[in-house]
Design a binder for this molecule. Sequence first.
Ligand code: NAP
Length: 320
Amino acid sequence: MAKHEAKVVIIGSGPAGYTAAIYAARAMLDPVLIRGVQPGGQLTITTDVENYPGFAEAIQGPWLMEQMEKQAAHVGAAIVSDHVIGLDLSRRPFRLECDSGDVYLADVVILATGAQAKWLGLPSEQKFKGFGVSACATCDGFFYRGKDVIVVGGGNTAVEEALFLTNFAKSVTIVHRRDAFRAEKILQDRLFKNPKISVVWNVEVEEIGGGGSPPKVTHLKLRNVHTGAVTERAADGVFIAIGHAPATELVAGQLKLKPSGYVWTAPYSTATSVPGVFAAGDVADDVYRQAVTAAGMGCMAALETERFLAAHAEDRVAAE
Ligand code: NAP
């Protein structure tokens, strides 16, 4: 176990975390970035990225994150492969405790912990997790070569996952609880043109069915939200793509949250309810949730960190 001191510790390694690290390093703040359990964040479990500015052709999510990490390291950020398991924001310097046993004392914390996939919350979903139920097509799609799969959801993630799964599956059905998608129009166009994909509107998943040992999914029970009628649909696998929830476990009870559960930040700022703690990216953004907006917020957090540290250095001089 080692004890470290840092001016700024960044928690999280998605676009928000790495951008904050790049800016903070260039401001000579010697930032330490702790990567967490999913280094690179959500973009590492996606494939084509077509809307990150600067690339005319589609780029790969994992590649983009590698580049961000290299850039952050190149400008001098310390990148640590560890996971923060405890965070004390009750006094400065803030105290971070890592999985390895290492402890960091930081004048500023930038929280960029992102968001995690949401689950339906059905007991049958729990039963078949890892045995036909997944929340990551790029991780598990390969196992469904020549099979029939169902994707649940109606946002960008669901439509992208459905399109990706057509690379392997014989058929892909999207089941959505309404009669319209909220995914980008360009993605919807591609979906409707794909002969392998069909859509079942206005249904909710009532149960995921199957059996055997090891367990195997065979069908879904779908309930029509208007009529209540329940129908069965055969499937070898089901991908849950119903959105994401912010990763706020570390700050629960310490930072003010919005009613949506995301970290509250001051208007046009990444400042949280605790001075010296800034939040950037999906953990704080319940509106845009894009890679590029996360990167923008990471930049804001680093610039605000610089100002905060400068203001507090003056306070210290005044106090002496
Ligand atoms: P999202 O946009 O919040 O969509 C979630 C979808 O799941 C919605 O269609 C919602 O239905 C449905 N849903 C939510 N809870 C449900 C439940 N309990 N049962 C059944 N259906 C449920 O989430 P997302 O698609 O994961 O995207 C998250 C953010 O990341 C978005 O801002 C998105 O734009 C962004 N993103 C962008 C890209 C890209 O730019 N290429 C790719 C992936 C994600 P309703 O429509 O009825 O609410």
